[in-house]
Design a protein. Structure first.
Length: 192
């Protein structure tokens, strides 16, 4: 079997983008002109990996963004953040799901259900960041690359917010950039 490397390159140069990898066997002495060849060719099509699928999870009180303490959290609503994330994800051909709950157990269930479905998680656990061993254990158990995000700089706020129980099991933490914290997480995951 031979990879369609040079043939695929020719197609791409002609403006035809492949939707799968092609491997073929042929009984031909003219592989340079394979597009014009009438010899017996047997092709094998192998799908390319699907687009990256990212799960965005949002914890308690984030449904109140835009009205809750705008001096700390800004004026953007959670819906505003989701719309901009979807726009950016579409540009990068990334699939995403965006959810919010005030219930710790539901966040844990969503993280557990993500295994085998999502390639990465972006989690704003909000207040559960500082209190939830269950979230920490769920992230550790599923072993899906997870980025912790916060709108505000949790290290510049009240002392009880300085400690994140989930940070040790996340690939990174982004905080203090308002809605851009989410967009930076998306950019980071494209490279993970």
């Amino acid at each position: 079997a031979k990879n369609a490397g040079s043939g695929a390159s020719n197609l791409m140069q002609a403006g035809i983008m492949p939707i799968c990898s092609v491997y073929w066997e042929f009984k031909c002495v003219c592989p340079e002109n394979w597009l014009l060849c009438h010899c017996s060719v047997r092709a094998f099509f192998v799908s390319l990996p699907a687009a990256m699928n990212i799960l965005f999870l949002n914890g308690p009180n984030l449904n109140l963004l835009g009205q809750r303490e705008p001096g700390i959290y800004g004026n953007a609503t959670l819906r505003d953040i989701e719309v901009e994330l979807r726009r950016r994800a579409d540009q990068s051909q990334i699939e995403m799901d965006f959810r919010q709950t005030n219930a710790e157990g539901e966040l844990v269930s969503w993280i557990q259900q993500a295994k085998g479905v999502f390639d990465a998680i972006v989690l704003n656990a909000a207040a559960y960041t500082h209190t939830s061993i269950a979230l920490r254990d769920a992230i550790s158990a599923v072993a899906i690359p997870t980025i912790e995000v916060h709108l505000s700089n949790i290290h510049a706020r009240e002392e009880f917010r300085h400690k994140s129980l989930i940070a040790p099991v996340c690939v990174g933490q982004i905080s203090g950039f308002g809605p851009k914290s989410y967009y930076l997480a998306l950019e980071a995951l494209i490279g993970v």
